[in-house]
Unconditional design. Structure first.
Ligand SMILES: NC(=O)c1ccc[n+]([C@@H]2O[C@H](COP(=O)([O-])OP(=O)(O)OC[C@H]3O[C@@H](n4cnc5c(N)ncnc54)[C@H](O)[C@@H]3O)[C@@H](O)[C@H]2O)c1
Ligand SMILES: O=C(O)C(=O)C[C@@H](O)[C@H](O)[C@H](O)COP(=O)(O)O
Ligand SMILES: [Zn+2]
Length: 368
């Protein structure tokens, strides 16, 4: 087992990574608990595979459990999902000192984290991520949220987990499409500031998606270490450091809004297309070489990930698409910071470009 730490002073927490950990989770969770009781929240797909192994491991430590199984999919990260979950937690008699376990992908992690930030003004939670996306990104860093009509993750809180337990073998039951979506967030770490890691992705991405366990372990450990460093440096996204993790997301969130936060376009797929658009927008504005933008597009396309508006299934006017971006949480003084790039692994934040410029660019991409 490998252990990393997210260094946040009194709120620091460990990330445990190890094959088969879900079946041994009790021994790691037991020392955290103030009373031998926990509540597990998951979705129906994950419950089928992992609720019993996880529950059994907790029971072996004499921890009593109850569980709540939500409907799978992005639609659960909603007011309705939040209402159901918070009512259930209160009905279960959750206490501020308790630790709720979020067992699942980013939808469950974001929803449970947010519920735990507000129930009784805050209780603890543990992330047990079971998708590649959640193992490399969403389980770490404490961004929690639900989606609302106006946009993605617009209601939420920063609420750090008490521990993250990653069992990479859970990815063996994950559908290929979901694995690909999570892979987009892996590639993101290369594109942010690590050209060598992007080259590693080009060489190993196909193997990873075919189930190679060595490539899978390297991708998870490398990504999560990068995320832990960024979060430790800028927990609340106030210094243009954490904002880099939003590479591809300003475009991507707009694509998700247009496709109704549905399985028409998964979050990671939207990020894949969004990262290509961010590179193409950078190239179109003379910030990076066209070849770099093509390299990003070609890598994602080679793995069947969306890499254009058309392949993301979006065909609307640039102004309409850009309008979604106006709600971005990073907007300051009416200006939208975009994560752009000077080349592979050279991303940066700028608010130099207005939405009209973005809209015109997107119109061009629609026609392309
Ligand atoms: N908080 C953050 O920092 C952060 C970062 C990235 C993404 N996100 C959010 O994460 C969400 C997307 O998360 P996701 O991609 O994990 O999707 P998800 O949680 O919807 O899971 C994807 C699908 O896989 C199923 N599943 C999960 N684990 C499985 C397993 N091991 N075996 C079989 N099926 C399994 C789920 O039931 C679901 O149908 C989005 O809402 C996004 O905004 C948050
Ligand atoms: O942890 C972060 O910071 C990220 O930006 C990670 C993203 O992959 C993730 O999708 C996040 O939820 C987006 O953040 P948001 O603030 O734009 O909602
Ligand atoms: Zn993301």
């Amino acid at each position: 087992m490998e252990t990393l730490t997210v260094e946040l002073g009194a709120r620091s927490y460990p990330i445990l990574i190890g094959d088969g950990l879900i079946r041994k989770i009790g021994e790691h969770v037991a020392p955290l608990l103030k009373r031998p009781r926990t509540m597990i929240v998951t979705d129906a797909h994950v419950a089928d595979h992992y609720l019993i192994p996880l529950g059994t491991s907790l029971a072996m430590e004499n921890i009593s459990i109850s569980s709540f199984v939500l409907e799978p999919g992005e639609g659960t990260k909603s007011w309705a999902g939040l209402a159901r979950l918070t009512e259930w937690l209160i009905g279960e008699g959750v206490e501020r000192g308790d630790h709720v376990i979020a067992l699942g992908g980013g939808v469950i992690g974001d929803l449970v984290g947010f519920a735990c930030s507000i129930v009784k003004r805050g209780c603890n939670f543990i992330q047990v991520p079971t998708t590649l996306l959640a193992q490399v990104d969403s389980s770490v860093g404490g961004k929690t949220a639900i989606n609302v009509r106006a946009g993605k993750n617009l209601i939420g809180a920063f609420h750090q987990p008490a521990m993250v337990v990653i069992d990479p073998t859970t990815l063996e039951t994950l559908p290929r499409r979901e694995l690909g979506a999570g892979y987009a967030e892996v590639v993101k770490y290369g594109l942010i500031d690590d050209a060598d890691f992007f080259a590693w992705c080009e060489a190993n991405g196909a193997a990873l998606l075919a189930g190679d366990s060595v490539a899978r372990h390297k991708a998870i450990a490398h990504s999560v270490a990068a995320k832990a460093r960024i979060v430790a440096a800028d927990e609340r996204e106030t210094q243009d450091i954490r904002a880099l993790l939003n590479l591809g997301h300003s475009f991507g969130h707009a694509l998700e809004a247009e496709t109704g936060y549905s399985d028409r376009l998964l979050h990671g797929e939207a990020v894949a297309a969004g990262m290509v658009l961010a590179h193409q927008f950078s190239a179109a504005n003379g910030l990076c070489r066209t070849e770099d933008a093509m390299r990003v597009r070609d890598h994602l396309a080679s793995l069947d990930l969306p890499h254009s508006l058309a392949s993301a299934g979006v065909n609307i006017g640039g102004a309409e698409l850009a309008a979604h971006m106006a709600h971005d949480k990073k907007v300051r003084g009416g200006k939208l910071p975009l994560i752009l790039t000077r080349g592979i692994g050279q991303s940066f934040v700028t608010d130099k470009f207005g939405l009209d410029r973005v809209a015109a660019f997107l119109d061009g991409q629609r026609a392309a």
